[in-house]
Design a binder for this molecule. Structure first.
Ligand code: HEM
Length: 218
């Protein structure tokens, strides 16, 4: 209900209604306005805290404002806080080495990342949420491109342009949260399998959270 409508209702009641009716209408309207103010303040506090927040549910009035399906759609939307980390993301490090260099040195093997990608794809495709996404795809081609991208991420990090390109290449998949999480769990488990230090794995988190917000279908 808009402020103008509230004022018109009040004026009509002052002119035509009984004192009791005027009092209860006034109380009802101030309660509604107070509740909205509290919701808005809680929302602003949540945004200021820097965490992603759900939009508050809007009440639906008949014949105006959002429809029920608008509200359901709105509830699915996530507002990403302006304080959430964004690209550029630096390369995850192990001491002075980027994780790409560290792995090659640690295993004395130039081919270690290709093996890493094989292990990762076996894990990821064992998820029933992920497997259908790769059905009928040229896996050798995807793995090669994934390896190239992962190596750049793990050596140079991710800049705005690289992030936007990567997101663009995944949007047509309409990826579910479950598929995204299963893939990223597979990535984390593979990093653990290859003995990448826990602290370094932790440095992947901002990248992973950023891509989650951008790649997962709303
Ligand atoms: C986390 C959830 C992810 C899922 C479920 C996923 C799934 C897929 C699928 C199904 C394709 C094939 C798309 C097609 O050919 O139609 C693909 C392509 C690709 N993915 Fe991902 N992906 C994910 C994240 C990532 C990340 C984090 C990277 C970065 C290393 C990445 C790198 C690539 C690359 C480079 C391609 C090839 C794109 C091209 O054709 O040029 N993906 N991915």
């Amino acid at each position: 209900m808009s402020t103008t409508t509230i004022l018109v209702v009040l004026v009509l009641l002052v002119v035509c209604g009984s004192a009791a009716l005027q009092f209860y209408t006034y109380r009802a309207l101030t309660l509604i306005i107070g509740e909205r103010k509290r919701e808005r303040e809680a929302f602003e506090r949540a945004v200021a805290s820097g965490k992603p927040v759900e939009l508050p549910v809007m009440s639906v009035s008949r014949g105006q404002g959002p429809t029920v399906s608008d509200v359901e759609e709105t509830q699915k939307l996530k507002v990403v806080s302006p304080l959430a980390p964004r690209p550029p993301f630096p390369a995850p490090m192990v001491g002075d080495l980027t994780v790409k260099q560290w792995m090659i040195h640690a295993y004395l093997n130039d081919n270690i990342w290709a093996r890493f990608v094989d292990s990762f794809y076996v894990r990821a495709s064992s998820s029933p949420f992920v497997a259908p996404l790769f059905a009928d795809k040229d896996m050798a081609d995807i793995k090669r491109k994934f390896l190239a991208t992962l190596l750049i991420m793990c050596d140079k990090g991710v800049d705005e342009h690289a992030a936007a390109t990567l997101i663009d290449k995944h949007l047509h998949l309409n990826m579910s949260e479950a598929a995204y999480d299963a893939t990223m769990n597979a990535l984390e488990e593979t990093l653990v399998q290859y003995r990448v230090p826990e602290e370094t794995i932790g440095q992947f988190v901002p990248m992973i959270d950023y891509f989650r917000d951008e790649m997962v279908a709303a």
